[in-house]
Design a protein around this ligand. Structure first.
Ligand code: GAP
Length: 485
């Protein structure tokens, strides 16, 4: 049976010990809610992103990719609604002045009040500072803006406030027309992007689950109004399958429909793909949101495009700029699509599957973790899907003599051209196997005394610990087949 990590602290220490994830700027005492990926972590996360890209871009004829800049014209954030509305409601404890997201405060039973708007609604809630014993002693929740601001431009005349993007999605909307005009795609089609996003999150201390700098893997899928429900269902199915195909256990994954009061006013539907993280009470937490955003974003950007004169008149002060009203013939606007065959013009509806690369990486890591008793000792291992495993093959000489290291090195030099490999000749071979188990390496190749005699090596399977003798001339194809690469 799969053993799980039930304490977040144990996961944090495993990640540090094995070089998956480190606290950012640790030598300076750390920077809250920012993390660095170590040698194994960077490979794991890269594999997660590659698996996503392969599935949603490479394997599909109706999807293309994009890589947009992090800084965008500030009007894009006015049009998207982020400048005016992207904020969390935050309440301050009157006793210790700790500020916490109102919807994250819990009462004695551990219950939250997601709809809390006033201090009265928080009368049963405990202060989030464990050193403060205050109960229900909060200010009224106030909006706290989540976008990081910075200044662009050296001259007073052309300098302006710009924002670190809080999502990659708006870069896709801003380029939708460029993609239509420069490629052969036609609606229905989608654009995928992987990239960094930034949010000045209030609630931290959730390891890489909620950070201030994170990576998203987002799709905006453009379709004809009326076909949106069908595409919404399609993407829900596709995205659930992606997680289970890569090894997440089905019982740890669910879809949760948003209640009507959770839905953005423009959204027709939204569902979260949630993973049952085993920490604390065993919490279902969002990995990915899939939303039917209707034609809202493209219509908003049409208004944004018509607001530039007002923006210049306001000396590039985006906060002071009022968005232009929507034109009566908005459906014929610059971001409309003309369907040549049906001779119809419309603003496409958008289905948006938006996933977190860090949250996905965390879920794959937690789900792969296992412990088992082997000959009276505990074996810790990460049962990663081979596509996600940071190291695919480790190569060892059984002992450091009799030409074994030289042969093992030759095998390693050959294999590393095809797979991410690791060479190790230090310590007893049993300990080397255990280290690779903990790194999640699916196969270990060992050169032993027999290799020189019959040109065979042993290939050890991480999960079953079985060892098979394979001829050197078949090793590459054997591993390729096993790794499905
Ligand atoms: N464009 C839609 C959008 O950004 P979201 O639900 O705010 O929607 C999508 O974010 C995904 O991005 C989330 O499901 C989560 O996986 C990831 N994400 C959001 N905020 C995050 C944070 N502070 N830290 C890590 N991942 C985050």
């Amino acid at each position: 049976m799969t053993q799980t990590l039930t304490k977040l602290d144990d996961l944090v220490s495993l990640c540090k010990r094995r070089g998956f994830i480190f606290q950012s700027s640790e030598i300076y005492g750390g920077l809250a809610s920012c993390y660095d990926y170590g040698p194994l972590g960077v490979e794991l996360k890269r594999n997660v992103k590659n698996a996503w890209w392969t599935s949603v871009v490479q394997m599909r004829d109706d999807m293309v990719g994009l890589d947009c800049s992090i800084l965008m014209h500030p009007l894009a954030w006015k049009a998207s609604g982020h400048i005016d509305k992207f904020a969390d409601l935050v309440a301050e404890c009157k006793k210790c002045h700790t500020r916490t997201r109102a919807d994250h405060l819990v009462d004695k039973e551990g219950k939250t009040n997601e709809q809390a708007q006033t201090a009265e609604d928080l009368s049963e809630m405990l202060c989030a500072n464990p050193k403060c014993k205050a109960v229900g002693d909060f200010t009224d929740p106030m909006p706290f803006k989540l976008m990081f601001e910075t200044q662009m431009g050296a001259n007073v005349d052309d300098s302006m406030t710009v924002y670190l993007r809080p999502e990659t999605a708006q870069g896709i909307f801003a380029n939708y027309k460029n993609v239509l005009d420069s490629t052969r795609v036609k609606v229905p089609f989608g654009i995928a992007q992987i990239g960094k996003s930034f949010r000045n999150e209030v609630t931290t201390k959730a390891f890489i689950f909620r950070t201030r700098e994170f990576e998203q893997m987002e799709i905006e899928f453009f379709c004809e109004p009326g076909s949106d429900e069908q595409w919404y269902e399609h993407w829900k199915e596709q995205r659930m399958q992606w997680y289970t195909n890569l090894g997440i256990q089905a019982e740890n994954l669910r879809m949760r429909d948003h209640d009507s009061d959770e839905l953005a006013h423009y959204a027709k539907g939204c569902v979260d793909i949630e993973y049952k993280f085993p920490f604390g009470q065993g919490d279902w937490q969002e990995l990915e949101g899939i939303a039917n955003r209707t034609d809202y974003d493209l219509r908003q950007h049409q208004r944004g495009m018509r607001s530039t004169t007002s923006w210049f008149e306001n000396k590039r002060d985006t906060l002071a700029t009022t968005m232009a009203a929507e034109k009566e013939d908005w459906h014929k606007g610059p971001l409309s699509f003309f369907d040549d065959e049906a001779k119809k013009r419309y603003i496409p509806y958008v289905i948006e599957p938006s996933a977190g690369a860090d949250r996905g990486t965390l879920a794959f890591l937690v789900d792969a973790y296992d412990e088992e008793e082997v000959k009276g000792e505990t074996r810790n291992l990460l049962r990663f899907h081979p596509k996600l495993a940071p190291i695919k093959v480790a190569v060892f000489p059984l002992v450091k003599k009799d030409g074994m290291p030289e042969t093992a090195r030759t095998i390693y030099d050959d294999l590393k051209q095809h797979f991410n490999c690791y060479y190790d000749e230090k310590s007893a071979v049993g300990r080397r196997y255990r280290r690779q188990d903990e790194a999640g390496t699916p196969y270990c190749v060992t050169v032993d005394g027999q290799t020189a005699e019959d040109q065979t090596v042993t290939v050890r399977d991480r999960d079953s610990m079985e060892q098979t003798r394979i001829g050197l001339n078949q090793l590459k194809s054997h591993l390729r087949e096993k790794l499905d690469m």
